[in-house]
Design a protein around this ligand. Structure first.
Ligand SMILES: C[S@@+](CC[C@H](N)C(=O)[O-])C[C@H]1O[C@@H](n2cnc3c(N)ncnc32)[C@H](O)[C@@H]1O
Length: 296
C-alpha cells in the first residue's frame, strides 16, 4: 500500500508557507513583506514565479522547510533579500553580489538612462566608457549591454568588489569588452573617455548610523560614506573626470537627495557645461546629474 504521507511531504503547502512568511515579515515591520516572502520561498525551493503558482499545493520537504526558516530568520534580523540570495537584478541583468558590493538600486538606473540619452544624441562609434566606483559593475555592464560596440573600464578601491564585477562581466558575456582597475576614482586611468559615469559614496558620515538596518549593517561602509558633508567623492572625481573626457564627452553622476545643485556647481567649477536639468528618479528626486566637456 502507498503511504498517504512521507517524510518528504509533511511540511506546509507552498502557498501556506508563503502566506505565513509574509505575515511574519509584516509583523516584523518589513515594508515589502509579500514580495520578500515570495522571493525567499522561491529561493528556498529553487522555483521561479511560475513554479510557485503551478505547484502552490505541493508540500515542502523537511529540508526546504529548514532552508526557508533560516532565510526567514535572516530577513527578520534585517538582512536584505538580495544579500540572502547573493544576487540582484539591475537593468534586467542578474548580478552576483559580495560583501564588498552595494546592492544596486533601481534609482541608479536613472544614471544609465541619462547616459544612453546623451550617447544616442552624439552617435559615437566604439565609445569608451569609465564607471567610477563600479561595485558589482551595475552601471558599466548595463551600458555595455545596451551599446554593443562600447568598451568600458570600471574602477574601485575594493579588490573584492572588482572581482565580483569581473565575474558579473564574464557571466553576462561582456568580459571581452570590459576591464577593471583598482585605484582611487580615476587616478590610474589616462582616458580619454566619451562617457564617464559614477554612483559614488554620498551619504554624510554622521547620517550613516541613522540609515535602515538593511543599509547601515549590510551595505559596505566604503560604498556609503561621502565624508563630512557627503561631497568628498564628487570633489575628488569631477575634476579628474573633466581632464579625461574627450571634447563633447559627458560626465553623469548619481546624486543623493538634495545634492544635485551643489554637484552642478562642482561640475561648472571644473569647466564642464551643465546643459540640461538632472534626470529625476521615479520618486521625482533629481538623481542623474550630467555635464559635458565643450570643445576648446
Ligand atoms: C555607492 S557604491 C556604487 C556601486 C555601483 N556603482 C552601483 O551603483 O551599484 C560606491 C562604490 O565606490 C567605491 N569607492 C569608494 N571610494 C572609492 C574611491 N576612492 N575610489 C574608487 N572607488 C571608490 C565603493 O567601494 C563602492 O563600490
Amino acid at each position: 500500500m502507498v503511504p498517504l504521507t512521507t517524510a518528504s511531504d509533511s511540511g506546509p503547502s507552498i502557498e501556506s508557507a508563503r502566506r505565513s512568511l509574509s505575515a511574519r515579515l509584516q509583523a516584523a515591520g518589513i515594508e515589502e513583506a509579500g514580495l520578500d516572502a515570495r522571493l525567499l520561498v522561491g529561493a528556498a525551493l529553487e522555483l521561479d514565479l511560475t513554479g510557485l503558482v503551478t505547484q502552490a499545493a505541493r508540500r515542502l520537504t523537511a529540508e526546504e522547510t529548514a532552508r526557508l526558516e533560516a532565510y526567514a530568520q535572516r530577513r527578520i534580523a534585517g538582512e536584505p533579500v538580495a544579500r540572502i540570495l547573493g544576487t540582484r537584478e539591475f537593468w534586467g541583468l542578474p548580478l552576483r553580489l559580495s560583501d564588498a558590493t552595494l546592492v544596486p538600486r533601481p534609482d541608479t538606473e536613472t544614471v544609465v538612462e541619462r547616459a544612453l540619452e546623451l550617447f544616442r544624441e552624439r552617435k559615437i562609434q566604439q565609445p569608451r566608457i569609465a564607471d567610477i566606483g563600479t561595485g558589482s559593475g551595475a552601471i558599466l555592464l548595463a551600458l555595455l549591454h545596451e551599446i554593443p560596440d562600447a568598451f568600458g573600464v570600471g574602477t574601485d578601491l575594493s579588490l573584492t568588489a572588482l572581482g565580483t564585477a569581473r565575474g558579473n562581466a564574464a557571466s553576462l558575456g561582456l568580459g571581452n569588452r570590459s576591464g577593471f582597475v583598482a585605484c582611487s576614482y580615476l587616478a590610474a586611468l589616462s582616458g580619454p573617455f566619451d562617457l564617464i559615469v559614477s554612483n559614488p559614496p554620498y551619504i554624510p558620515s554622521a547620517e550613516i548610523p541613522k540609515l535602515s538596518i538593511e543599509v547601515r549593517e549590510h551595505d559596505p561602509h566604503l560604498a556609503l560614506d561621502g565624508g563630512n558633508d557627503g561631497y568628498d567623492a564628487y570633489r575628488a572625481l569631477i575634476p579628474q573626470a573633466a581632464e579625461r573626457l574627450v571634447p563633447g564627452g559627458a560626465l553623469i553622476v548619481e546624486a543623493g537627495q538634495g545634492q544635485a545643485r551643489n554637484i552642478e556647481t562642482l561640475m561648472a567649477a571644473a569647466a564642464l557645461v551643465v546643459d540640461r536639468p538632472p534626470k529625476a528618479d521615479l520618486a521625482g528626486i533629481p538623481r542623474a546629474v550630467s555635464a559635458r566637456k565643450m570643445p576648446p
